[in-house]
Ligand binder design. Structure first.
Ligand SMILES: [Ca+2]
Ligand SMILES: [Ca+2]
Ligand SMILES: [Ca+2]
Ligand SMILES: [Ca+2]
Length: 370
């Protein structure tokens, strides 16, 4: 009987031979890239070394302006991509209302021109692209969007970052199993890590930024505390090594500047003050705002929105030195004053009077050190 098997075997052997040689080639390439990585690592990848002279990083801006703003249910009028009832309810009621919001947020952002703006309560990448399109077309400001879909299926809210320059990497992190089983941590469904690098002469200035939206309401303090523990743990080693780290966003914390204490609402934890090593501590920049200008909420007398920085960004060792922090309520409040009824009139208030969000933008400015 004729059998095809020997031919098949020969074919397979030939194929394997070829695959093997491809695999061998690959492993040589891999070895080379590992060797290259080791060379780069021994040269150092820090602030004072240039990893690759052929591809300098984006030019370091003289003023690095880093802002955070909770855009309050920044959801477009298309509900076909929403599943949860609350997401549908909170979406813009129609295209005209959505265009109004996008246009007015863009106009506000154009007033303070942040290098990096971390945002919370946004629907998805698409709404951020709506915003950056208007920033470009109407205000001639180029921003790009950094976004990774999160896991808050209840609200469908996400966080994102828009930026003028410098982005080289973005990611999200997860707890490992031992962390999960310890019950000391609580998942951060809304977070984004972005890494930036800027070039100043022969120096590369890196920055790792963690944008957070923590659990809301006073009774969630226990969960929020566990979320802050996770956030700090993720950044701890980088802070210890003296790298430039910023954690910012809507922390929803009840603790105001000056009221922070161990076992409180998470501020003590996220600032690294629970760990004995002072090298993993961060600085709450809102402390440096005038005492009567720290409120970040439109309706509540709260300081929910914070920007925390590693020591090198305050003393200037990191390539940028902290200059000032401002709560920019003037670009959020419109008309004659803050709308006390904002939560009930977000889409019905007179356009001339209507405020943009229930949170104000907060911006920290850093100056390039010579
Ligand atoms: Ca939608
Ligand atoms: Ca979403
Ligand atoms: Ca510490
Ligand atoms: Ca108003």
């Amino acid at each position: 009987m004729f059998s095809i098997q020997p031919y098949l075997n020969r074919f397979q052997a030939t194929l394997q031979g070829k695959l093997l040689s491809v695999a061998e080639l690959l492993s040589v390439a891999e070895l080379l890239s590992v060797a290259l990585a080791i060379c780069l690592a021994t040269q150092g990848f820090g602030q004072d070394s240039l990893a690759d002279k052929s591809w300098p990083s984006d030019r370091a801006p003289q003023l690095l302006k880093i802002a955070t703003w909770n855009l309050e249910w920044f959801f477009d009028d298309f509900q076909g991509n929403n599943r949860s009832e609350v997401a549908k309810e909170q979406s813009a009621p129609n295209r005209a209302e959505w265009d109004w919001r996008v246009g007015n947020f863009a106009a506000a952002i154009a007033k303070f021109e942040p290098t990096i703006l971390a945002v919370q309560e946004i629907e998805d990448r698409g709404v951020m692209q709506n915003l950056t399109k208007v920033l470009k077309e109407q205000f001639n400001l180029s921003y790009r969007v950094a976004f990774i879909d999160g896991f808050d299926t209840g609200t469908e809210q996400d966080v994102a970052v828009i930026f003028r320059s410098g982005l080289v990497e973005l990611s999200r992190r997860e707890q490992n199993n031992s962390m999960f089983e310890s019950k000391e941590f609580y998942n951060l469904s809304k977070h984004l890590i972005t890494r930036f690098e800027w070039q100043q002469a022969d120096r590369v200035i890196p920055l790792t930024l963690l944008n957070l939206h923590l659990r809301a309401t006073a009774d969630a303090a226990d969960l929020r505390q566990k979320q802050t523990k996770l956030a700090h743990e993720w950044m701890r080693k980088a802070i210890e090594r003296g790298e430039n780290v910023i954690i910012l966003g809507d922390f929803n914390v009840e603790e105001s500047v000056g009221q922070i204490k161990a076992g409180g609402d998470g501020m003590h934890t996220i600032l690294g003050l629970d760990t004995p090593n002072p090298k993993d501590d961060l600085i709450d920049l809102l402390e440096k705002a005038p005492a009567d200008k720290r409120r970040t909420h439109l309706i509540l007398d709260k300081q929910f929105d914070r920007i925390l920085a590693s020591a090198g960004l305050v003393d200037g060792q990191g390539g940028y030195k902290f200059k000032n922090i401002e709560v920019l309520s003037q670009w959020n409040i419109r008309g004659t004053g803050a709308d006390e009824d904002h939560w009930d009139t977000r889409y019905t208030k007179d356009y001339a009077e209507r405020d943009l969000s229930d949170h104000h933008p907060v911006m920290a400015t850093f100056e390039l050190t010579p």
